[in-house]
Write a protein that binds this ligand. Structure first.
Ligand SMILES: Nc1ncnc2c1ncn2[C@@H]1O[C@H](COP(=O)(O)OP(=O)(O)O)[C@@H](O)[C@H]1O
Ligand SMILES: [Mg+2]
Length: 384
């Protein structure tokens, strides 16, 4: 078989499997992430020092908002996406008639999966981040069984869907999305927040075709290093799998995987099971398709490297080293941040009417929202 056909086959197989995984996830609520709950030692060592904390974004802005919304403020509509702990709905405000997305998480599921701390972190961080390429959250509330997070509704669908439809992106398209992701990650890192779940499913496109990163389920404020094993197999950095202390540069590794996937149509360490993928990640050998531009191969070799003294983003100049890499030479970063640039793709939607045609369909289920009864988890989610 010649190389081109091999690449095509790999791409097809990858595509099928990723769709299957999504299906499985919705039908069985199967766990797609792999994590340990941080043990005591981990959380103690992962604490930020008081000094760091004083300078942090979390300290500067109040992250508490109580009694702002209730379920009665929204008309719940179709499901936009499903995840490990619940689903995300399109909703409409009964007051201003605008559309929002509400992420609903089942407390019981969070408790079972030992994700209480991660869920509280998700709320806390979403409440305070403010960036053109990050999702905006308006508030949260809860009933006896579920937690609710009210966000802007991003109409253009997941980058995942666009990529599967396109199979792969041309160089300039991949570069555009990568560049917007870099600005978002750089912002988070400058506030000592690691994102830890970069992948096309968590990148949405707004009505003009700019990105919005959603899903802060693994985001964490960390000024130095942390230990928790979390993320999604294809995107996890080797130091995370090896349960070594790791830092923000795990996001730059994932950026490398994302760029590779956008250009190739499959991920570099893809295999049929997570275990085999982990083995490949630890082995570290990356094959670059023949059509990759030499500049991007150079960039990826410096992102997808286990050697932290070589990984771009982790060196003296931080994200600047990535931004000034040859592959990004034509990007005018200030214009990009101002969205003063033509996007490569405008999602075909009717804006502001709740058009959700670009999202996959999910089977709807009987909703248990709004029940005010006994709550065995009442002490865990007091901020919501
Ligand atoms: N603000 C939003 N607007 C539109 N769709 C969203 C929004 N937030 C999430 N989604 C959809 O719901 C899916 C699941 O949400 P996410 O926060 O990623 O949950 P999980 O942590 O379970 O992966 C996303 O992949 C996306 O398709
Ligand atoms: Mg997600």
């Amino acid at each position: 078989m010649d190389i081109d056909t091999q690449e095509q086959q790999l791409q097809k197989q990858f595509e099928q499997q990723k769709y299957d995984e999504k299906q499985q996830l919705q039908h069985q609520q199967q766990q797609q992430h792999y994590f340990n709950a941080p043990n005591i030692q981990q959380s103690q060592q992962g604490q930020t020092s008081t000094n760091d904390y004083n300078q942090s974004l979390l300290f500067q802005r109040s992250s508490v908002s109580k009694g702002k919304y209730t379920l009665k403020d929204f008309q719940i509509m179709r499901t936009l996406g499903t995840g490990s702990f619940g689903r995300v709905h399109l909703v409409r405000s009964v007051h201003n008639k605008r559309y929002y997305a509400i992420k609903v998480l089942k407390k019981q599921q969070i408790f079972k999966m030992k994700q209480i701390e991660h869920t509280n972190d998700e709320r806390k961080i979403l409440k305070i981040v403010e960036h053109p390429f990050l999702i905006r959250m308006w508030g949260t509330f809860q009933d006896s069984r579920n937690l609710f997070m009210v966000m802007d509704y991003i109409e253009g669908g997941e980058l995942f869907s666009l990529l599967r439809k396109s199979q792969r992106f041309p160089n300039p398209v991949a570069k555009f999305y990568a560049a917007e992701v870099i600005l978002a990650l750089d912002y988070l890192h400058s506030h000592n927040i690691i994102y830890r779940d970069l992948k096309p499913e968590n990148i949405l496109l707004d009505r003009n075709g700019h990105i919005k990163i959603t899903d802060f389920g693994f985001a964490k404020e960390v000024s130095t290093v942390t230990w928790t094993l979390c993320g999604t197999p294809d995107y996890i950095a080797p130091e995370v799998i090896a349960t070594k202390p790791y830092n923000k540069s795990v996001d730059w590794w994932s950026l490398g995987i994302l760029i590779y996937e956008m250009l190739a149509g499959y991920t570099p360490f893809y295999d049929t099971t997570p275990m085999k993928t982990y083995e490949k990640i630890l082995h570290g050998k990356v094959n670059y398709p023949s059509f990759f531009h030499p500049d991007v191969i150079d960039l990826l070799a410096r992102l997808i490297t286990a050697d932290l003294t070589r990984r771009l983003g982790n060196l003296q100049s931080g994200a600047e080293d990535i931004k000034s890499h040859a592959w990004f030479s034509e990007v005018v970063w200030s214009k990009l941040l101002a969205k003063d640039i033509v996007t490569p793709y405008e999602p075909p939607i009717q804006s502001e009417v709740g058009d959700s045609s670009l999202f996959d369909q999910y089977p709807e289920e009987q909703l248990d929202y709004g029940i005010q009864g006994e709550d065995p988890y009442v002490q865990y989610f007091t901020d919501f």
